[in-house]
Design a protein around this ligand. Structure first.
Ligand code: SF4
Length: 528
């Protein structure tokens, strides 16, 4: 169904890579007289362009006539990153704005600063250097591990704050002349921002995240269609923000001000655009399963000749009508985030999926034409015991049996994929102060599952190295001391594993020691 990129699409050479990228929708503006912002995703073009937040901020800034916003990414061969639109050096911009969704990208952030020749620490940068600002989902939870490297953080929804930032910066003569003055000015004029150089690493006054109140006044959708992203054949449209479920391990319900749903009447133009430009529309939103108009969205897109694709769903949302629409849209895989195979742990984490309803969902999906199933699980959840792990293995075995039997009777056998991920405590959640399960124990639990599942056909198990949980947890719940770990990693060729022995006491304090009630969490100055 994918349509060709328009003939006006420009063929660009991805700097530092050998493939050719075709895009439709990039904005090119003259620089003269405009505030120049380089929006940087600290990962590769492929990863960054798959992030809807980057598209949203790019569009919001370029909608302002007095602003020119270009993009940059991590180069894959070590070359100095340059802006994608005009090929300029990043230091030619007034502002370098990083958007960070995942903590592991902090390592790339430092690499980019060093590649473009900027001193890493904010205090070592001078008045003539571009201002380094940072926002994104990871930052809105806990900016502390990168606090010494950033001039100004932005907490919350971009829609609310990017125009304020641009207007305020344009209104002063201080940009690239007097860094302290511009930071003071921003702090006085824009809410939801954090300037460590002026406020310290733990400000006395709380800082409130900016929350988008009127979600039906902004469309958040793919702006640039590219042939080189994870979603190159899908036009993404965000249909909700926040989540009402309040699962205790997930930050979405706790960082967002509330759950907000976009209405079909508001989204029709975005769906039409998606059908026209790509053909397939991907609906995004943490609360997708709870959206009261989910079926209407799918109906609308299919009735206009488009295809619809959905990210992972809660089991409770999957009914015959939804599956029928997915199959009609050629979605071959049904993805469910189950988190745990233990009914007891389902209650502990407040996910509350009734696992005994899973067989019915699987059978309905396969009967309707779904070929593959994918389940997400977390290992190391608070209070998890060996018994819970065995119940997880039992659940997989049961579903696998039913999957094979049903698939054989239908004459086609797809793949059952199980993705196993370590529990990472997230700031702002009820589990934010929980200690992390040690890597050796995570590995033991994983081996136990693998032993139980040995020899099962058409079962694919995906997992990362379990020790990466150390890095992710330190960067997730670390305080400003974690910045030293990042710096040492950077100075040693980005090899974080080599730093583990030297930073053992930081790691013990940050992730293996449960926090008591009197412990002041480093991100607790950020409020909703
Ligand atoms: S895990 Fe999913 S359902 Fe639970 S709170 Fe997060 S987004 Fe909502």
């Amino acid at each position: 169904m994918r349509k060709n990129l328009k003939s006006t699409a420009e063929t660009m050479r991805n700097r530092g890579s050998s493939f050719s990228i075709r895009e439709d929708g990039a904005v090119k503006k003259q620089w003269r007289g405009r505030l120049k912002i380089c929006l940087v995703y600290p990962n590769t073009y492929y990863v960054g362009m798959s992030n809807l937040g980057l598209h949203a901020v790019y569009s919001l800034w370029n909608d302002i006539d007095e602003v020119v916003c270009e993009r940059a990414f991590l180069s894959e061969n070590g070359e100095t990153p340059r802006s994608f639109e005009s090929g300029r050096e990043l230091t030619e911009f007034d502002v370098i704005a990083f958007t960070v969704s995942f903590e592991n990208d902090y390592i790339h952030f430092l690499r980019i600063l060093s590649q473009i020749g900027l001193p890493l620490k904010s205090s070592d940068r001078h008045d003539h250097h571009p201002l380094v600002i940072m926002g994104g989902a990871a930052i809105s939870m806990n900016p502390c591990p990168v606090a010494p490297f950033v001039d100004c953080f932005v907490f919350g929804d971009g829609e609310e704050v990017v125009a304020d930032l641009a207007t305020t910066m344009r209104a002063t003569p201080f940009l690239r002349h007097d860094k302290k003055k511009i930071l003071e000015y921003l702090l006085a004029e824009v809410s939801g921002i954090f300037v460590p150089a002026l406020q310290g690493y733990f400000p006395e006054q709380p800082i409130k995240r900016r929350g988008l109140k009127f979600i039906n006044s902004f469309l958040t959708k793919t702006e640039i269609v590219s042939n080189f992203t994870e979603f190159s054949d899908v036009f993404l449209v965000e249909v909700s923000r926040g989540c009402p479920q309040k699962c205790r391990f997930c930050s979405v319900s706790y960082t967002e001000t509330s759950t907000r749903f976009r209405r079909l009447s508001f989204l029709k133009s975005a769906f039409d655009e998606g059908i026209e430009r790509v053909g397939r529309v991907g609906l995004l939103g943490a609360a997708l399963s709870d959206h009261p108009e989910l079926l209407d969205f799918a109906d609308y897109i299919v009735s206009r000749g488009g295809e619809v694709s959905l990210s992972s769903l809660r089991v409770e949302a999957v009914g015959p009508k939804l599956i029928e629409l997915l199959v009609h849209s050629k979605q071959k895989t049904l993805t469910l985030a189950l988190e745990t195979g233990s009914q007891r742990l389902q209650e502990v984490i407040h996910k509350r999926t009734q696992l005994d309803t899973l067989s019915h969902v699987v059978t309905t999906a396969l009967d309707a034409g779904v070929k593959n199933l994918k389940f997400y699980f977390i290992i190391g959840l608070p209070t998890e015991q060996t018994e819970d792990i065995l119940q997880l293995a039992d659940l997989i075995k049961r579903v696998h049996r039913e999957f094979l039997a049903k698939s054989k009777s239908l004459g086609h056998i797809g793949t059952l994929t199980v993705s196993l991920n370590p529990f990472i405590p997230k700031p702002t959640t009820p589990f934010e102060a929980c200690a992390h399960v040690r890597v050796e124990e995570l590995e033991r639990r994983f081996r136990l599952i693998m032993t139980e599942l040995e020899g099962l056909q058409r079962l694919q198990i995906n997992h990362e190295g379990w020790d990466t949980a150390i890095l992710q947890s330190v960067l997730s719940v670390g305080d400003v001391d974690a910045s030293e770990f990042l710096l040492a990693t950077h100075n040693d060729g980005d090899n974080w594993r080599k730093q583990v022995p030297r930073f053992q006491s930081l790691i013990e304090k940050t992730i293996y020691t449960p926090k008591t009630l009197s412990h002041v969490l480093p991100w607790s100055f950020i409020t909703r």
